[in-house]
Design a binder for this molecule. Structure first.
Ligand code: GLN
Ligand code: ZN
Length: 759
C-alpha cells in the first residue's frame, strides 16, 4: 500500500492562536505556562486534522514557538555564549533571547529560508563551542503524540543543511570539522528517539537541491555513514524539497538511508532519475506531488499517473506520497474563506484540503473516483474559464516588442535632459516613499473598510495626511518629495486590489517569522488594470507644491514574488502581465504631470533560483519585466527604483541592466560595503546609498551620515549620488523621523559645501 505522509503542518493556528499567545507572553500579559498550553493544544488539533484527513504518518517536532532552525540550534547546544548567559539551559528566556534579543544580548540574525518568504534564525558557530543535547523538545513532542495515539515520526533539520546554513563567527571555521562535532549529538538524539519507540525519523536536507562543493558532498557521506551506523532499527529518511536533486542525485541515493523525499512540483524532471536510483539502491521514495508552496488544487489524475508509475517500478510498499515540502508555506483552511466565490474556491486547496488530496492519492484510482471526478472538473474549468483567460491581455502580450523594453535614449542623454529640467542641487535629498503609518491612518482605513467611514470622509482624511507630509518635507528642505503612501495598507495588496486577475483571502495567513504572518494575495488569472490606481493621489500631492513629488509604484517582480501565483503558465508570463499594468500606470502618471516615478523592486534578489545555472534565465525575464514597466515614459521623466538589501555582488550586472535613472539601496548598516560592488562594476547611473537605517529607532547624527556619504564619494562621482534613508519610514514613529530627516538634509548640505570648496 502507498503511504500518505505529511512533512509539516502550519504552526500558527487557524485563528492565529500561537501568534496571539506569543505576543501576549512577550508583553508580559500572560505567562509562559499559558503559551505552552496554547501550543500543546494546537499540536493536538493539528495531528487530529492530519489523521482525520487520512494521512498515515505525520511529523512531530514540526511545530515551533518561533522557528525550527532555532529549535535545532537549541537541541544541538549551538547557543551563542551571550544568550546562554541569559537564563537556564533549555529555558524559554534563552530561546526568546536568541530569537528576539534581550537586554545585553543582540538577537541572532534572521534570513530567508531558501527561496521562500519564511525567515529562519541563522545558527552561529563560535570558537571553542562544544555541542551537546541542549533541549528536550523533540523527545517531548514524540512522547506527547504517542500518548495521544497519533502515528508520528520526528523530523529534524539534517546536520549538513544545519551546518551549511549557519554562520561562522570565527576565523578558521571548517565545515567537515563542524559536522563531525555535530554528528555525535545527532547520534545521541536518534538513539534516544529509538529508545522511546520511534521507528522512523526524517531529516530535512534541502541543501541537496543546491550547488554543493566537493567538500560538502564528502561531508554528506561521512556524516550519514555515522548517523546510520549508530541507529540500527531506525529507518532514516532524507527530505529534499524546493528543487531538483540534479547532480546531487547519485550522492543522495548512495547515502545509507531508507528513503528519500523528492519535490516533484518544483522539479518533476527528477522523477525518472529518482526512480532509477531508488530501484537500483533498494530505497523507498516519497513523492512530493501536492504543492506545499502554492494554493492550487492538485490535478489528481496527473498525480496518480506519476504515483502509479512509481508503484509499478518499486512496489507500492516502497512508495509514499506527500506535499512537495512542509505545508508551513500555505494557509491552513480554505473552508474558512466565506468571501471567495465558489468558482475560484473550487480551484484552490489550503493545507487541510491538501492533506485530503494526499490521502486520496494514496488510496488510489479505484477508491477515489469521486475525488478524481471533482478534480478533473476543476482542472477543466481552470483551463477554460473566462475569468482566467482574457483575450485582450493575451493579444497585448503577443504584440510585445523589444522596443517596448527600451527607453528612448541612453542614460547619458536622459540625464542631461532631466538635469536641465529639474535643476536639483548636487546630493539631492529624497525619501523612499512611505511616512509613518500612524494609528489614526490605520483606524481610518479600517473604518472605511467596515463601512463606518464614508468614501468622502476617508478621502478627506488621506488628503489631510498627504498635505501634512508634503508640508513637512517642504519645511525641512527636502529636494524631491513623496506623498507618504498613507492610503496604502501594503505595497502589493494596494495594487492587487485594483488589478483584475487578483483575489484576496480573509484568513490566508502564512508565517513569515516568529509571530509575524503575511497574507499573500492570489493571482489567479490574466492581469490587467481597469483604471488608473495612483494618479489621483499623486496629482493631488503634486498640486500642493512647486517641488517635484515622486509617483510611487510597486514593480512587477515584487508583485509576483509576494503573491501566490498561477501555476498554469510560467512565472515570467505572469510577470510580463504585471509589467504591462504598471507600464500603463507610469504612462498615466507622466501624463498627469508627475516628473519622477519610482518603481520599487525590493524582491528581485529573493527571486533568484537556488541553482546558479538558472540565474541567467530568471534575471533575463525579471530585468525585461522591469524595463517593460518603466520604458513607456519620455526621456525627461526620471525613473527611480528601490531595493532594500545590501548583497548586490551577485546581481550587479542585472541591476545595471534595469537602466533605472536612479536606484536607492540599503547600505547604512553595512557601512557602504556594497559600494565595493558598485565601484568594481562601475555602475553607470545614479545611486542613493541609504544613510539612515530605518530598521532601528536610533537617530543618526549629521557627522555619521556625512561620513557615509564621504565613503560613497570615494567610489562615485558627486553627480551620481542621492541622499536618502535605507527604506520607507512607515514603521517608524514621527518623533524619530522628525529628528533624523533634518539631519539627513543637513548632511547633504555639508557635502555640497565641501564640493564647492574643493572646486
Ligand atoms: N515605497 C515603499 C516604502 O517606502 C518601499 C518599501 C520597500 O522597499 N519594502 O514603504
Ligand atoms: Zn526598502
Amino acid at each position: 500500500m502507498v503511504t500518505a505522509v505529511n512533512l509539516g503542518f502550519p504552526r500558527i493556528g487557524a485563528g492565529r492562536e500561537l501568534k496571539k499567545a506569543l505576543e501576549s507572553a512577550w508583553q508580559g500579559k500572560s505567562s509562559y505556562e499559558a503559551l505552552l498550553q496554547t501550543a500543546a493544544g494546537l499540536r493536538r488539533r493539528h495531528w487530529q486534522v492530519q489523521k482525520d484527513a487520512g494521512i498515515h504518518v505525520s511529523p512531530c517536532n514540526d511545530s515551533s514557538l518561533y522557528d525550527h532552525m532555532l529549535d535545532m540550534a537549541v537541541l544541538l547546544g549551538c547557543v551563542p555564549q551571550r544568550h546562554a548567559e541569559v537564563g537556564a539551559p533549555g529555558s524559554l528566556e534563552v530561546y526568546f533571547s536568541m530569537a528576539r534579543g534581550s537586554k545585553d544580548a543582540a538577537a541572532m540574525e534572521m534570513t530567508k529560508w531558501f527561496d521562500t518568504n519564511y525567515h529562519y534564525i541563522v545558527p552561529e558557530f563560535e570558537a571553542g563551542q562544544t555541542f551537546k543535547i541542549g533541549g528536550t523538545k523533540v523527545f517531548d513532542e514524540f512522547k506527547e503524540s504517542r500518548a495521544q495515539g497519533f502515528a508520528t515520526f520526528p523530523v529534524l533539520v539534517g546536520p549538513v543543511t544545519f551546518a551549511l546554513l549557519g554562520k561562522p563567527k570565527y576565523q578558521g571555521f571548517s565545515l567537515p570539522d563542524t559536522v563531525a562535532r555535530l554528528a555525535p549529538v545527532y547520534v545521541e538524539t536518534l538513539r534516544k528517539l529509538r529508545e522511546q519507540g520511534a521507528d522512523e525519523v526524517r531529516l530535512d536536507e534541502p541543501c541537496l537541491v543546491t550547488d554543493l562543493s566537493a567538500q560538502a558532498r564528502a561531508v554528506y557521506k561521512s556524516a550519514y555513514a555515522e548517523l546510520a551506523k549508530a541507529s540500527p532499527g531506525l529507518r532514516l529518511w532524507l527530505n529534499t524539497y524546493f528543487g531538483d536533486l540534479g547532480d546531487n542525485c547519485e550522492l543522495a541515493f548512495c547515502l545509507p538511508v531508507a528513503g528519500i523525499h523528492v519535490d516533484l512540483r518544483r522539479a518533476p524532471q527528477q522523477l525518472g532519475p529518482a526512480l532509477e536510483s531508488a530501484a537500483a539502491t533498494g530505497k523507498s521514495l516519497s513523492l512530493g506531488l501536492v504543492d506545499g508552496r502554492n494554493v492550487w488544487r492538485n490535478d489528481l489524475s496527473a498525480s496518480l499517473a506519476v504515483l502509479e508509475r512509481a508503484a509499478a517500478k518499486l512496489g507500492p510498499d516502497r512508495v509514499a506520497v506527500g506535499p512537495s515540502c512542509s505545508l508551513l508555506h500555505v494557509p491552513i483552511d480554505l473552508d474558512l474563506e466565506d468571501t471567495l466565490d465558489a468558482e475560484l474556491k473550487g480551484w484552490l486547496a489550503f493545507a487541510k484540503q491538501k492533506l485530503v488530496e494526499i490521502a486520496a492519492l494514496a488510496k488510489g484510482r479505484a477508491s477515489s473516483t469521486d475525488a478524481l471526478r471533482a478534480s478533473d472538473a476543476a482542472q477543466e474549468s481552470r483551463r477554460t474559464s473566462a475569468r482566467i483567460h482574457d483575450p485582450v491581455v493575451q493579444q497585448l502580450l503577443a504584440s510585445l516588442s523589444q522596443d517596448m523594453c527600451r527607453r528612448r535614449s541612453p542614460f547619458s542623454e536622459r540625464a542631461q535632459v532631466q538635469r536641465a529640467g529639474f535643476r536639483l542641487p548636487l546630493y539631492p535629498t529624497t525619501s523612499i516613499g512611505s511616512f509613518p503609518q500612524t494609528g489614526g491612518i490605520r483606524e481610518a482605513r479600517a473604518a472605511h473598510k467596515r463601512g463606518t467611514l464614508s468614501d468622502a470622509a476617508y478621502e478627506a482624511a488621506m488628503k489631510a495626511e498627504i498635505e501634512s507630509v508634503v508640508r513637512y518635507q517642504e519645511s525641512i528642505g527636502m529636494d524631491v518629495l513623496v506623498h507618504g503612501e498613507a492610503e496604502r495598507n501594503d505595497m502589493v495588496e494596494y495594487f492587487g486590489e485594483q488589478l483584475k486577475g487578483y483575489a484576496f483571502s480573509k484568513n490566508g495567513w502564512v508565517q513569515s517569522y516568529g509571530s509575524r504572518c503575511v497574507k499573500p494575495p492570489i493571482i489567479f488569472g490574466d492581469v490587467s488594470r481597469p483604471k488608473p490606481m495612483t494618479v489621483a493621489w499623486a496629482s493631488f500631492a503634486q498640486s500642493l507644491t512647486p517641488k517635484i513629488v515622486k509617483g510611487m509604484l510597486t514593480g512587477p517582480v515584487t508583485m509576483l514574488q509576494w503573491s501566490f501565483v498561477r501555476d498554469d503558465q510560467p512565472r515570467a508570463q505572469t510577470c510580463r502581465q504585471l509589467a504591462l499594468a504598471m507600464r500603463d500606470e507610469a504612462a498615466d502618471l507622466e501624463r498627469a504631470g508627475i516628473r519622477i516615478i519610482q518603481i520599487d523592486e525590493p524582491a528581485v534578489r529573493e527571486g533568484l533560483p537556488l541553482r546558479r545555472s538558472e540565474w541567467k534565465e530568471y534575471l533575463d525575464w525579471a530585468v525585461q519585466a522591469f524595463r517593460l514597466a518603466s520604458s513607456a515614459v519620455a526621456d525627461r521623466t526620471q525613473i527611480h527604483t528601490h531595493m532594500c538589501y545590501a548583497e548586490f555582488n551577485d546581481i550587479i550586472a542585472a541591476v545595471a541592466a534595469l537602466d533605472a535613472d536612479v536606484i536607492s539601496i540599503e547600505t547604512s548598516r553595512s557601512q557602504m560595503e556594497l559600494l565595493d560592488a558598485f565601484s568594481a562594476f562601475r555602475y553607470p547611473n545614479e545611486i542613493g546609498p541609504g544613510v539612515y537605517d530605518i530598521h532601528s529607532p536610533r537617530v543618526p547624527p549629521i557627522e555619521e551620515m556625512v561620513a557615509l556619504l564621504e565613503k560613497a564619494r570615494r567610489v562615485l562621482s558627486p553627480e551620481q549620488i542621492w541622499v536618502n534613508p535605507d527604506c520607507g519610514l512607515k514603521t517608524r514613529a514621527w518623533p524619530e523621523v522628525k529628528a533624523a530627516l533634518p539631519n539627513m538634509v543637513r548632511a547633504a548640505q555639508v557635502m555640497r559645501e565641501r564640493e564647492k570648496r574643493a572646486a
